[in-house]
Design a protein around this ligand. Structure first.
Ligand code: DOR
Ligand code: ZN
Length: 434
């Protein structure tokens, strides 16, 4: 049989690595063999690692029907940046100018995503004081829900006293829940008392630990709900949650510390960067498999906004473009096993969200693949980025590898069978099997 396409190389699954040929037909993986598969079109990726398409559980693509923040990012630029970073499915956060807290807003966002996005964009429904009794009405449109326990970009958050009710409401929908854990009360108390305020002191470790304790108390013992603690910044949070909840970590919390922030707000993020000791402990925990997801928390703001006085500058850094470079750094410089990357960047997020058609490289799954060359050092430069904000926290850093090809199959939003993007050719789609 002549297949649509064959890719040859080292496939990395959550529990095994094999040198094989993958056959792709109609956007699905139809055979995996040592050799002997035939096609007129072949991608030879022997020196690369072929991962299941990365799934980013946590990104802020910024666009909604108000278009007020399109100057920061939109679905077109954000998904191009995602492809550049090897990400083939992205889940968009609800803290946009019109917070995504109703079906009407969701449907409008979905339509924009369908026409502009180049990969699957799925959506969180936000939980606020105003929709807590009606979140079930959104459940058909969302993949999961998001709760913020503190003020951050967009101002969408709930007070801790409504947390048990909010968790119960999400549980009734049977959807997973991601919670931004910083305790607003702790933040407000510190704000009143402190004179000289570093960002990491304004939003101290205690704020994260206190919020996590409140989530532990609010999610009753026999609850079936799947909860993910967003962007863990404090090592001790991992001890608190144990195996009870899932958790995420971002590239910036694994790479930078509060010393890197100093007086400029480019590395101002919520939750803040912490000490070097804490970073090393987080990295060690990541390597030992204690953290379920590696997410971007891609939060683009313009250079002008980030150059403002520290207290006025918005929090957040762009991270989509450089995700593959960062993964290469984890593998080559930190000794992270590639199979662990397949878990935290593809398999675990797929399972958490119930996306059983992706997340590993197996016959019958969608042919979403991220092909990473870990022997191709790259210096990050803002000129090479696809994010609209055109800067990166990693500007000037050299990473040991880069994404070479990305295969995107059966993209729900595009109705395309299979596209292959070639990174050396400016994201040009080199093969289109439609
Ligand atoms: O640093 C952050 N930026 N943390 C958040 O929780 C929100 C995000 C944003 O949307 O800008
Ligand atoms: Zn975020």
């Amino acid at each position: 049989m002549l297949h649509d396409l064959i890719i040859e190389g080292k496939i990395v699954n959550p529990y095994a690595i094999h040198d094989v040929q993958i056959a792709i037909d109609n956007g699905y993986i139809t055979a995996i063999r040592k050799q002997g598969l035939k096609s007129e079109r072949k991608i030879e990726a022997q020196r690369c690692l072929i991962f299941p398409g990365f799934i980013d559980l946590h990104a802020h693509l910024r666009e909604d029907s108000s278009h007020k923040w399109d100057y920061k990012e939109d679905f077109k630029s954000g998904t191009a940046a995602a492809v550049h970073g090897g990400i083939t499915t992205v889940i968009d956060m609800p803290n946009t100018p019109l917070p995504c807290i109703s079906t009407d807003r969701l449907i409008k966002k979905k339509e924009l995503a369908r026409t502009e996005g180049v990969i699957d964009i799925l959506f969180y429904g936000g939980v606020s004081d105003s929709n807590i009794n009606t979140i079930a009405t959104m459940q058909k449109e969302v993949i999961a829900y998001k709760i913020y326990l503190a003020e951050t970009t967009g101002g969408l958050y709930i007070r801790e006293d409504v947390l048990p009710k909010a968790i119960a409401a999400v549980e009734a929908t049977a959807k997973p829940l991601v919670i931004h854990c910083e305790d607003q009360r702790v933040i407000e108390k510190v704000r009143e008392g402190l004179k000289v305020k570093a960002h990491s002191e304004l939003r101290p470790e205690e704020a994260e630990l206190s919020a996590v304790k409140k989530v532990l108390a609010a999610a009753s013992g026999d609850t079936k709900i799947k909860i993910d603690i967003a962007h863990v910044s404090v090592y001790r949070t991992l001890d608190l949650i144990g195996k009870r909840f899932h958790c995420e970590v971002t590239p910036h919390h694994l790479f930078f510390t509060k010393k890197d922030v100093q007086a400029n707000a480019f590395l101002k993020v919520n939750p803040p960067l912490r000490s070097e000791e804490n970073r090393l402990l987080l990295l060690a925990a990541f390597k030992s498999g204690k953290i379920d997801f590696l997410v971007t928390d891609h939060a683009p703001h313009t250079k002008e906004e980030k150059a403002r006085a520290f207290l006025e500058a918005p929090a957040g850094v762009p991270n989509l473009d450089t995700y593959g470079n960062f993964v290469a750094w984890l593998i080559v410089h930190c000794g992270v096993p590639p199979m662990l990357i397949a878990r935290v960047s593809a398999y675990n997020p797929a399972m958490f969200l119930g996306l059983h058609d992706r997340g590993s490289i197996e016959v019958g799954k969608r042919a979403n693949l991220s092909i990473l060359d870990i022997h191709k050092p790259v210096k990050i430069s803002s000129e090479c980025l696809y994010t609209k904000c055109k800067w990166s926290p990693f500007e000037g850093y050299e990473f040991p590898g880069a994404v070479r090809h990305v295969v995107i199959a059966n993209c729900r939003v595009k109705n395309e069978k299979c596209k292959i993007y070639d990174m050396e050719n400016k994201l040009k789609s080199i093969i289109d099997t439609d």
